[in-house]
Design a protein around this ligand. Structure first.
Ligand code: ADP
Ligand code: TRP
Length: 321
């Protein structure tokens, strides 16, 4: 059976990009694999320096995943910081990581280009990510396209370590679904909380509809035929629609006579239909934080058990034991 691992930083409200790019693929693996999913709070420290914010965001992500269908019996769901073995593993991995490999990472380069002051944690970010992945011997890492390079770095680091110290780590594969590799935001760019262009999955219904109504479209008039394949509204609509709904909507685009406003309303209805019941579940869960805490504790125990064994193997391989 395959082992699947992914993580997400608790750094803001989760959005449709996160949901289709990473959450949904992970949750679907529950039916056929052994899933490890964690809240990357060590990683979040590279951008958050407000303790109360980090705590709240961590709780929010836990509630979001449970509301979206994470089954704690099937998935080991944990906070990264409850498995500190990954930190030690990260150090061991950093000794075989060339500087150049990290210097080439787009995510690091983009942040520097944006003027974010570079600290060591930001630079070493992919090494800790490699430790997350390798600690639990995962085979598959479901992520959006922006994280692909980080998984490739993980493969490089694991390969180098294995070569230098003998077979120690499983080499993982990234899993990126073409149709959700890059979910567009309301401005047509990649949906990202850093671009302020998101549609939150658990935003308030009215606010969500407002966001949807402000999605950027071209300036074709009501009567004009429209191209569904280049439109941002349709790009989101098709992620939530059934095949029949998708085809019908595409035909209405092409026929003309339908304004973008109508397509947006139809999208808003699908979003509410999909996330409304999950929002209700989230509200119930939020009343029972002891349960949520118990899930995270149990998940951490499961991850720790595996990570402990991997770390032991790595410590032996390098000569610490
Ligand atoms: P953000 O860009 O909002 O900060 P993160 O970098 O925290 O999002 O991404 C968390 C996970 O969600 C990653 O696996 C990432 O690849 C995926 N993801 C984020 N945005 C998108 C998107 N627009 N399309 C597809 N996947 C996405
Ligand atoms: N870097 C990922 C992100 O920002 C989060 C992450 C940390 C992760 N460790 C991971 C994802 C390990 C997959 C596997 O989205």
């Amino acid at each position: 059976m395959k082992r699947i691992l992914s993580g997400i930083q608790p750094s803001g409200k989760l959005h449709l990009g996160n949901y289709f790019g990473m959450m949904k693929p992970c949750l679907e693996w529950q039916a056929q694999g052994e899933v490890f999913l964690f809240i990357a709070n060590y990683h979040a420290l590279t951008s958050i320096s407000d303790a109360a914010f980090l705590r709240q965001a961590t709780t929010d992500v836990a509630l979001d995943f449970l509301a979206c269908g994470l089954d704690p019996e099937k998935t080991a769901f944990y906070r990264q910081s409850d498995v500190p073995e990954v930190m030690e593993l990260s150090w061991l991995l950093s000794t075989v990581t060339p500087m150049g490999l990290l210097e080439r990472c787009h995510s690091f380069k983009d942040k520097i280009a944006k003027g974010i002051a570079a600290n060591h944690a930001l630079f070493a970010y992919p090494v800790l990510m490699a430790a997350d992945i390798l600690a639990v011997n995962s085979n598959v890492v479901p992520v959006g396209k922006d994280q692909k390079q980080h998984v490739e770095v993980t493969r490089d680091i694991a390969g180098k370590f294995n070569q230098q110290f003998g077979e120690t780590f499983v080499i993982p594969d990234p899993q990126i679904r073409a149709e959700v590799a890059v979910v567009p935001g309301i401005d047509g760019e990649k949906m990202s909380k850093s671009y302020n262009n998101t549609i939150e999955i658990f935003g308030e219904a009215k606010a969500t509809t407002k966001r949807i109504m402000s999605i950027k479209t071209d300036s074709k008039g009501l009567a004009d035929p429209k191209d569904p394949d280049t439109d941002n509204v349709f790009a989101l609509y098709k992620l939530l629609a059934t095949e029949a709904q998708r085809e019908e909507m595409a035909a209405r685009y092409r026929a003309g006579g339908m304004g973008y406003g109508d397509a947006k309303k139809a999208l808003a209805a699908l979003v509410e239909n999909h996330f409304g019941p999950m929002r209700a579940k989230r509200e119930e869960l939020a009343k029972n934080m002891d349960y949520v805490e118990g899930v995270l504790k149990r998940g951490a125990e499961r991850a720790k058990a595996v990570a402990h064994e991997t770390l032991k193997k790595a410590r032996k391989a390098v000569g610490l034991e």
